[in-house]
Design a protein around this ligand. Structure first.
Ligand SMILES: Nc1ncnc2c1ncn2[C@@H]1O[C@H](COP(=O)(O)OP(=O)(O)OP(=O)(O)O)[C@@H](O)[C@H]1O
Ligand SMILES: [Mg+2]
Length: 465
């Protein structure tokens, strides 16, 4: 995979690009405004001079002979500006008046585009001129208007402006680079807590899952990340703890029946016995082996369910029918202890029949085990907003509140003392029930109070997972 560009580089580059764009736009505005100001200044200067010439031309009395006109105009047009050249020519081409550098005047007379609305720029002998040309009426009635052309030397100003712009662009480029660098420094500093955090996270090992990341001093943008990470750590820690407890429990669970079998077999083998004793020993070993085999297949089922290797084979199931079947199955066991099994309500679900039977059977067998003799177990079925609900309620010893959340864990039994020596129950029943229910998109929870324990299972009526 391509190495993605770092966050620091990404933000700094974006910042530098934005700064460069802003500076470039500011430079353009400067250039345009400066240029406009300068052009306005030239325009006013040329207009002023043109006005002067117009006044002079208009003030020539009609009696003045052409030869005297030059003298009159020279008297009227006083030019103080050294960079200005003016040429006034009569309509027949006779030069009436000229002032300024002879070369420029010559060009003015020959080339000025008289009457052109916008001033023209001329380059002559490495110098730049701004030109204004007009037809101006003489004060003499019925005379042809004179051609007037004025050149303003703008070389210094143009060079100054070009120099200024060069300097401006150079400083803008420097400023963009400096801003880019400053941006990089700022981003690095700003992202330092993220860097610190990743170093801390990198050091988290399986032994430190119970140590949350310190939230103090973390900028508030990262607070959410830290708390999410800490939540994940807590969950990991919990799963890790359960996993290690589970493996030690498995070892323990298997050791007890194996020890039992070993001891009994050693005792039997310690001397010569008759066939009845051997038979009894084999029978007892068989029971232990059956229990171990059940436990191993239960654990295999849970492991497969964990890895999504068991898929429910869904079909339409009438829960009431399934409960009736279960009652038939447990009838003998219940009636031996004079326990009455009652059911009410009905609902259908789309689920795996075998799995649902197994799930309900685990809960019902627990209920029968804990119900005192002669009492009654109630199974209530109902449905509510696309979900079927089945509650199994039995009288009997309460499950203490601190154990309630844990009874669905693997190998967990409330009475820890019964873990040893109890060959009947492994503590996997509710874990399997929960796994099956969740596989179907359902929920299961237990309540235990006032001498009654109730397990409630909800299942979606249509396939959701
Ligand atoms: N109806 C109930 N009343 C009181 N306690 C119960 C009830 N159902 C379950 N428990 C408690 O929850 C524990 C876990 O039940 P679970 O079915 O998982 O295991 P188990 O019945 O001990 O073993 P297994 O079902 O594997 O034979 C039981 O050991 C018991 O302490
Ligand atoms: Mg059980």
């Amino acid at each position: 995979m391509k190495n993605p560009i770092s966050l620091t580089a990404r933000i700094s580059l974006q910042f530098a690009a934005t700064a460069a764009c802003v500076l470039f736009a500011a430079g353009l505005v400067f250039e345009r405004v400066g240029e406009n100001q300068l052009q306005e200044h030239y325009r006013m200067e040329l207009d002023g001079k043109m006005e002067l010439v117009r006044n002079a031309l208009e003030s020539i009395p009609s009696s003045t002979p052409t030869s005297m006109m030059r003298v009159r105009l020279r008297e009227a047009i006083v030019i103080s500006h050294p960079g200005i050249a003016i040429a006034v020519a009569a309509s027949d081409g006779t030069v009436l008046f000229s002032v300024g550098q002879s070369e420029v005047v010559k060009h003015l007379i020959e080339g000025a585009e008289i009457g052109k609305p916008t001033p023209v720029i001329w380059a002559l002998d490495h110098r730049t001129y701004r030109i204004r040309a007009r037809h101006l009426a003489l004060g003499i009635p019925a005379s042809q208007p004179a051609n007037v052309a004025i050149a303003l030397d703008i070389t210094e100003e143009t060079e100054l402006m070009a120099e200024f712009m060069r300097l401006l662009w150079f400083s803008m480029a420097l400023a963009a680079l400096a801003l880019g660098w400053l941006g990089w420094v700022a981003v690095r500093k700003g992202l330092a807590p993220l860097h610190d955090m990743s170093t801390t996270v990198a050091n988290v090992s399986a032994q430190q899952l119970d140590k949350p990341l310190p939230a103090a001093g973390v900028p508030h943008e990262l607070q959410e990340l830290v708390s999410a990470f800490n939540r994940m750590l807590a969950q990991l820690h919990d799963s890790f703890r359960r996993l290690s407890e589970f493996s030690s429990d498995i070892a323990h669970e298997l050791r007890t029946p194996i020890n039992n079998m070993m001891m009994q077999t050693q005792v039997i083998l310690s001397r010569e016995r008759d066939t009845v004793d051997y038979r009894a020993n084999l029978q007892s070993n068989l029971e232990e082996l059956e229990r171990m085999s059940r436990m191993v297949s239960d654990m295999l089922f849970l492991a497969k369910a964990d890895n999504s290797l068991v898929a429910p084979n869904r079909e339409e199931i009438d829960l009431r029918e399934e409960v009736v079947k279960l009652f038939d199955f447990y009838e003998a066991l219940a009636s031996a202890r004079h326990i009455h099994l009652a059911q009410s309500g009905a609902a259908t679900v789309c689920a795996d029949r075998m799995m649902i039977q197994r799930a309900l059977s685990n809960v019902l067998s627990n209920a029968i085990r804990f119900t005192p003799e002669g009492m009654r177990i109630e199974v209530t079925i109902g449905e509510n907003a696309d979900r079927a609900m089945i509650a199994i309620d039995n009288p009997g010893p309460e499950i203490p509140a601190e154990h309630l959340p844990r009874i669905f864990e693997r190998l967990y039994r409330v009475d820890a003392a019964r873990r040893e020596g109890d060959t009947e129950n492994t503590g996997l029943g509710l874990a399997i029930t929960k796994s099956i229910v969740e596989m179907h998109g359902g929920t299961i929870y237990a309540e235990s109070a006032k001498g009654r324990t109730r397990f409630t299972i909800t299942l979606p009526q249509r396939e959701t997972v």
